[in-house]
Design a protein around this ligand. Structure first.
Ligand SMILES: Nc1ncnc2c1ncn2[C@@H]1O[C@H](COP(=O)(O)OP(=O)(O)OP(=O)(O)O)[C@@H](O)[C@H]1O
Ligand SMILES: [Mg+2]
Length: 250
């Protein structure tokens, strides 16, 4: 198959930290509007891969095209302007600022873009309403619950009006009910805002029910890429991560 001209195309991407290969020869595509899960054991290279896709680090080798243009090694603001937004595994909200101020700050990062995603609200109030934080707009970010801080991070990422949203363990530490609401919000990001989403999470059952496609990393290598129902029965995935085959409700 030939690579799509729209969306993100990574080819043979490798990242080395000294003697450690954190990401090894990974090739994958993320098409517009796809909802994809990224899973794998601790240290598999998931966050490192997000760091490459958002310009936080440059790959040691390999190519990374967004809508046909090469981006490997460019600065984070270039990736933001190209329509990529992310959250961080360790939450990064600004505690002394209000919820609304945090979103305004996030929005400043991507600058004015002619090609922003018009389906994503441009007003802070509308973004906060979308993630369910409208009533907290004037509250200090430090004063809202960790689950709500995760929602705030998503609002901050959305404020750049992206086309591809990268979510790094946004459901970690949440209650079961909060995780369900998070999964619903993520699906709405795709269904209502037209975003492609890549979602890293260790809660495999949640991921498998929420996404259409799953990518599995292990020791930096891509060991599976396919529909949840196939990936959960993949022998290499069971061996490296799951321990036993899983059933995925249709
Ligand atoms: N800046 C860095 N310098 C050196 N080593 C790093 C750096 N960042 C990550 N690593 C190493 O690269 C490997 C992959 O780490 P990474 O954080 O990408 O894994 P992960 O799949 O996100 O794991 P987790 O599920 O625990 O978040 C690990 O061995 C980690 O220690
Ligand atoms: Mg990680």
């Amino acid at each position: 198959m030939t690579a799509p001209s729209q969306g993100l195309v990574a080819e043979r991407v490798t990242v080395r930290f000294g003697g450690l290969t954190a990401v090894s020869n990974v090739s994958l595509w993320i098409r517009p509007g796809e909802l994809v899960g990224l899973i794998g054991p601790n240290g598999a290279g998931k966050t490192t891969f997000f760091n490459i896709l958002s310009g936080t680090i440059a790959p040691t080798s390999g190519t990374l095209r967004i809508d046909g243009r090469e981006f490997a090694g460019r600065r984070p603001d270039h990736f933001a302007r190209a329509g990529i937004a992310r959250t961080f595994q360790t939450p990064r909200v600004f505690g002394p600022m209000t919820v609304a101020e945090n979103v305004r700050f996030g929005r400043a990062f991507a600058g004015r873009r002619a090609d922003h995603n018009p389906q994503v609200p441009g007003e802070v109030d509308d973004l906060l309403a979308f993630v369910g934080l409208r009533d907290d707009a004037e509250v200090e970010a430090a004063a809202i619950t960790p689950a709500r801080q995760r929602l705030l991070e998503i609002a901050m990422a959305l404020s750049t009006r992206p086309r591809l949203l990268l979510l790094d363990e946004v459901a970690a530490g949440l209650t079961e009910a909060e995780v369900q609401r998070m999964a619903e919000l993520i699906r709405r990001c795709r269904d209502e805002l037209g975003l492609a989403v890549v979602w890293i999470e260790h809660a495999v059952g949640v991921i498998m029910r929420a996404v259409e496609r799953v990518i599995v990393l292990h020791h930096g290598e891509l060991i599976a890429d396919g529909p949840p129902g196939e990936v959960v029965r993949d022998a290499a995935v069971v061996e490296a991560y799951l321990g036993a085959p899983m059933e995925v409700a249709p």
